[in-house]
Design a protein around this ligand. Structure first.
Ligand code: PMP
Length: 429
């Protein structure tokens, strides 16, 4: 372990992130389970990349079969890329039916920004003040969670992220939604008057990095009205909520009741194989192609498409969206029972197979217990449960497992968390 860490720093450079005080050296995965080099077994409560389960045999076979037949770039004709986009397109409302396939979510968001520019002739983008959308030079400027030392965000405006626990504007429901829409309207005006004009807003429709606020269907309607009135486009980053994870719907934007102009997706799409996409209307794609010449050597190659197609097969065959809904609801119930016993759990939030518990020092004052959350995550890792933290204050436990996660896995997780909170005692910092 020490040797791997030393070599890692030497070869990959300093500040390459690893999870946990004592990093984990995973060597094998199956379903919702992972094993480290010492044979210790971990319940994966975190990874959305292995969307249909680690090393799912159907996906592995599809990749192997296609890799043994043909893999090229996308300047040749190939059926699978077309069949895949048709099948993916069927999960969206009209007019979202045309796509560009890429290798990463970052590239997908980068293209989406250029699409917004192509359609509006303007460059200004609005995002929330606690988000991550990727790592290209352009997209990194939007990502407050991984800030750059050399940011040029003159074309970006940040609005306060929605928060259902510490309400924006202090009020719930329609007033909370309106407070967000008002902030977006002010940012639009500022981009128009003092910036490069307003091109659009890029948002995660379930605001996962922001801490998964509980927002009703229609919550984004006043915001969308502002964006559309100003002639901007709406880009939904579905890298985290997409592909059935939110349970009630296939996409996060469907759950909150909007139809974006552009949708980006990535991580879960190939179950670990690097494939991502931008889905939009034929008109927007046409405007993009007219404005930019774009080619992506690996994006949409036959092996990636075979992997992505196999993921859709498994989602359907194993009814995993339904499982996300059922298991996610059960998890929230169990977490709420835990919250009744442990005063440091200030709030429980869930949306299908993403759920979280916000840890606080004082339930009344809602003081974030950030250091305590770190201790909980590390103690859980020692017990064999992999999870993380999210939200503005990084004090909310982030649980976002592969979709085959079942209620008995929830029971194991909740029992371990119960023990951990009892062992650690009250949150003091
Ligand atoms: N958007 C969101 C919401 C993400 O979580 C991520 C990855 N963490 C990205 C975009 C970037 O995706 P990638 O790492 O595949 O470039």
């Amino acid at each position: 372990m020490t040797d791997l860490l030393t070599r890692r720093t030497k070869l990959l450079g300093p500040r390459v992130p690893t999870f946990y005080d004592q990093p984990v050296h995973i060597v094998k995965g199956e379903g919702v389970w992972l094993w480290d080099a010492d044979g210790k077994k971990y319940l994966d409560c975190y990874n959305n990349v292995a969307h249909v389960g680690h090393c799912h045999p159907h996906v592995v076979a599809a990749i192997a079969q296609q890799a043994g037949t043909l893999n090229t770039h996308t300047r040749y004709l190939h059926e699978t890329i077309l069949a895949y986009i048709e099948r993916l397109g069927a999960t969206f409302a009209d007019p979202l039916s045309s796509a560009i396939l890429t290798c990463t979510g970052s590239e997908a968001n980068d293209i989406a920004l250029r699409m917004a520019e192509a359609v509006t002739g303007k460059r200004g983008i609005i995002v929330t003040d606690h988000t991550y959308h990727g790592n290209t030079t352009a997209v990194a400027q939007l990502s407050t969670t991984n800030p750059s030392a050399f940011a040029d965000d003159s074309w970006v405006r940040f609005v306060p992220a929605p928060d259902s626990y510490r309400l924006l504007g202090g009020q719930a429901g329609a007033a909370h939604a309106q407070a967000f829409a008002d902030a977006v309207a002010a940012a639009i005006a500022d981009l128009e008057q003092n910036g490069p004009g307003f091109a659009g807003m890029l948002l995660c429709p379930t605001f996962v990095n922001e801490g998964l606020p509980q927002l009703d269907t229609g919550w984004l309607d006043p915001t969308l009205a502002q964006i559309r009135a100003a002639g901007g486009v709406v880009i939904a980053d579905e890298v985290q909520p997409g592909f059935g994870r939110v349970g009630s719907h296939f996409w996060g934007h469907q759950r909150i009741g909007i139809t974006p102009d552009i949708v980006t997706m990535g991580k879960p799409m190939g179950n670990g194989h690097p494939i991502a996409a931008v889905m939009t209307s034929a008109d927007i794609l046409g405007a993009f192609r007219a404005a930019f010449r774009y080619f992506n050597t690996f994006g949409g190659n036959p092996v990636s498409c075979a992997a992505a197609m196999a993921v859709l097969d498994v989602l359907e065959a194993e009814d995993l969206q339904k499982n996300a809904e059922k298991t996610g609801a059960y998890a929230v119930e169990q977490f709420q029972s835990l919250a009744a016993q442990h005063q440091m759990i200030g709030d429980v939030r869930g949306c299908g197979m993403i759920f979280g518990a916000e840890l606080v020092i004082d339930k009344k004052a809602k003081t974030p217990a950030k250091t305590y959350a770190d201790r909980v995550v590390n103690a859980m890792r020692q017990k064999g449960f992999l999870l993380s933290k999210f939200g503005k204050h990084y004090n909310t436990l982030k649980i976002r497992p592969p979709l085959p996660f079942q209620s008995d896995h929830v029971d194991l997780l909740v029992a371990a968390l119960d023990d951990t909170l009892t062992e650690l005692g009250p949150a003091l910092e």
